[in-house]
Design a protein around this ligand. Structure first.
Ligand code: ADP
Ligand code: ADP
Ligand code: MG
Length: 461
């Protein structure tokens, strides 16, 4: 097994990976920016190395600094977490050149899938249903206009390099196409230093349903069931759950097979996620494949009992999967709430502060992955996600009740989070019934915000 793994990340995911290393008797090396020297991942790792100033460009995105930290500390492998360099094939190649195993897919698979327009082509060829749209990237506005007309409105302009819900615009009227195209393109250039765009038909009120897959280097590919991630704001996930109560077994099996097919078609190895949108008639369409561990992986861990980070490490060490598809059993129901330092009442605007009193929920069936501790000062330089609460219970209703209870226990003095908002959302009758799609928050925003906590508390559901 690997002796020492460098974790090229920060925050709760760095802590999560260190925990897996500790349980596998592998030493861990944390890297940190000058803004992060007091962070939890630095305290928990076997060793730590400062890699530069606060700005991510100068530290967590500084490939040479990270690789030299790995070399100096004698690491034989590197885990990228999510965000930062996790989806950068040049970084994977640099690791390989330095003789350090990158815990993730090959740079070729990452490259092919990282461009979302190219990924669509691969999937189409492999017989995986994709959203109707452009055949690869569109070169200019004129072409976009033609394709939009052919596909039929409403359409969705998307960025080939997109991520985190950025670089996309919904277009309902042809007269808005040009303005929204310019907007989407500008956002793409600003965020991804790239301007390649493509077009998809806008599926109206879909659910976002994704499949976790594991693929070893011997050609074995399995899926670990689905996650419903339809509770979103700004095209970004806020609450995720597994299993998805909307899909019946036939559809689940078909989508699971398509996800495995997708991974095989791309020559994919390690853990990955195949994302689909599912329309109101139950038709499913591939939207993208994420070539890394996801924020919401804990939901799958809860219902399958499989430790995804350990599996990633074993696969990277060339071990064959011990599990077969028939060994994967989904038990009970899991829900995750992402706790962000953001104010739902102010358009989910991020805020920062110093943590005073902190109470982290606990008790039966509650897992909290967080970077918070008493006295932690949040940094405006990085992502606003502060914690993830994951609950597991025998049934969905029990999981909902458990999550409400956990949210009541959560106290993060010093910052405003979306915790209270989630608490109210979890009382909404449509959520309780499982009757929701990606427009849920947009549609019920006012209602949820106006909801009085006392009324929610006596809610029978
Ligand atoms: P998931 O599908 O796992 O929920 P997200 O798209 O929400 O993934 O992104 C996971 C994390 O990575 C988030 O913290 C997000 O801010 C960050 N992220 C996503 N895309 C990028 C990117 N291109 N560059 C930097 N960070 C990103
Ligand atoms: P990102 O790379 O930013 O995660 P995705 O392609 O995964 O982008 O899409 C993010 C979200 O945008 C989806 O979860 C869904 O809510 C919405 N979305 C994406 N494609 C479509 C589509 N064709 N029709 C409707 N909604 C879509
Ligand atoms: Mg996505």
């Amino acid at each position: 097994m690997f002796k020492r793994i460098l974790i090229a990340n920060r925050g709760e995911i760095a802590v999560r990976i260190i925990r897996a290393c500790m349980e596998m008797n592998i030493e861990s090396v944390a890297v940190y920016s000058t803004a992060d020297k007091e962070c939890l991942h630095v305290k928990l790792a076997t060793k730590s190395v400062c890699i530069g100033p606060a700005r991510a460009q100068d530290s967590y995105l500084n490939m040479d600094a990270i690789i030299s930290a790995a070399k100096v500390t004698g690491c034989d492998a590197l885990h990228p977490g999510f965000g930062f360099l996790s989806e950068n094939p040049d970084f994977v190649r640099k690791c390989q050149e330095a003789g350090i195993t990158f815990i993730g897919p090959s740079p070729e698979a990452m490259e092919a899938l990282g461009n979302k327009a190219t990924a669509r082509k691969i999937m189409k060829k492999a017989g995986v249903p994709v959203v109707p749209g452009s055949d690869g990237p569109v070169s200019d506005y004129k072409e976009l206009e033609k394709i939009a007309k052919k596909v039929g409105y409403p359409v969705l302009i998307k960025a080939s390099a997109g991520g985190g819900g950025r670089g996309m615009r919904r277009v309902y009227e042809p007269s808005d196409l040009q303005k929204l195209y310019e907007e989407a393109k500008a956002e793409t250039i600003a965020n991804f230093n790239d301007d390649e765009m493509y077009l998809e038909k806008l599926i109206v009120n879909p659910r976002h349903i994704e499949f976790q897959i594991l693929a070893d280097e011997k050609g074995n590919v399995i899926h670990l069931g689905e996650r419903d991630c339809s509770i979103q704001r700004k095209n970004q996930k806020l609450i995720e759950e597994s299993p998805c109560m909307y899909i019946k077994n036939d559809l689940r099996n078909a989508m699971g097979k398509a996800a495995v097919q997708a991974a095989k078609a791309a020559g994919y190895t390690n853990a990955g996620t195949v994302e689909f949108v599912v329309d109101e008639k139950g038709h499913y369409y591939f939207i993208e494949m994420n070539t890394r561990i996801q924020v919401e992986h804990g939901v799958t861990e809860a219902v399958t009992g499989i430790d995804l980070i350990k599996e990633q490490i074993r696969i990277a060490f060339h071990e064959p999967l011990k599990l077969k598809q028939k060994d994967v059993n989904i038990k009970g129901h899991a829900i995750e709430c992402r706790i962000n330092a953001e104010d739902p009442a102010k358009g989910f605007m991020p805020n920062s502060g110093k943590i005073g009193f902190l109470n982290v929920p606990g008790g039966p069936g509650v897992r909290v992955d967080t970077l918070l501790y008493n006295g932690y000062e949040t940094s405006p330089f990085y992502d606003s996600m502060m914690a993830k609460i994951i609950v597991h219970a025998p049934s969905r209703l029990e999981a909902i009740r458990r999550m409400r209870r956990a949210l009541l226990e959560l106290t993060t003095e010093g910052i405003t989070t979306n915790g209270d908002f989630d608490y109210l959302l979890l009382h909404h009758p449509d959520f309780v019934k499982g009757n929701y799609n990606v427009s849920f928050i947009e549609k019920h925003m006012e209602e949820i915000l106006k909801w009085d906590q006392a009324a929610a508390d006596i809610e029978e559901l």
